[in-house]
Design a protein around this ligand. Structure first.
Ligand code: FES
Length: 111
């Protein structure tokens, strides 16, 4: 399928994150401090809460529901460990963010 344009960084400032639906996938675009841009699954792997309702500090994303924390750079769970966010291939071209939604599959726990 390849890369699809998702949004512009004009609309998503540093320190912000927003979910976009791309070809039926909920993709969270994170524009972390320092200008780092990452595309991760938009739904928490714990109990399927939208992650954009959480908070972002540096590269640490905290889910609002039970405060699970993830490093958006790697997708790895920080607290607790052993959980993970899917990280999608993404590119910034000019001010536009492109994501390959076929490049990853979201993780969900049975909890
Ligand atoms: S639903 Fe996100 S931590 Fe529980």
């Amino acid at each position: 399928m390849g890369f699809t344009r998702v949004c512009s960084l004009d609309d998503l400032w540093e320190g912000e994150m927003e979910t976009f639906e791309v070809d039926g996938h909920e993709i969270l675009i994170v524009h972390a401090e320092g200008g780092y841009v990452q595309a991760v699954q938009g739904i928490c792997p714990h109990q399927e809460i939208p992650l954009e309702e959480g908070s972002l500090q540096g590269s640490t994303l905290t889910c609002r529901a039970h405060l699970w924390q993830f490093d958006v750079k790697s997708g790895e769970g920080v607290n607790p460990t052993g959980c993970k966010l899917a990280v999608y291939a993404s590119e910034v071209r000019g001010d536009d963010v492109y994501v390959d939604v076929a490049s990853a599959k979201p993780f969900y726990s049975a909890a």
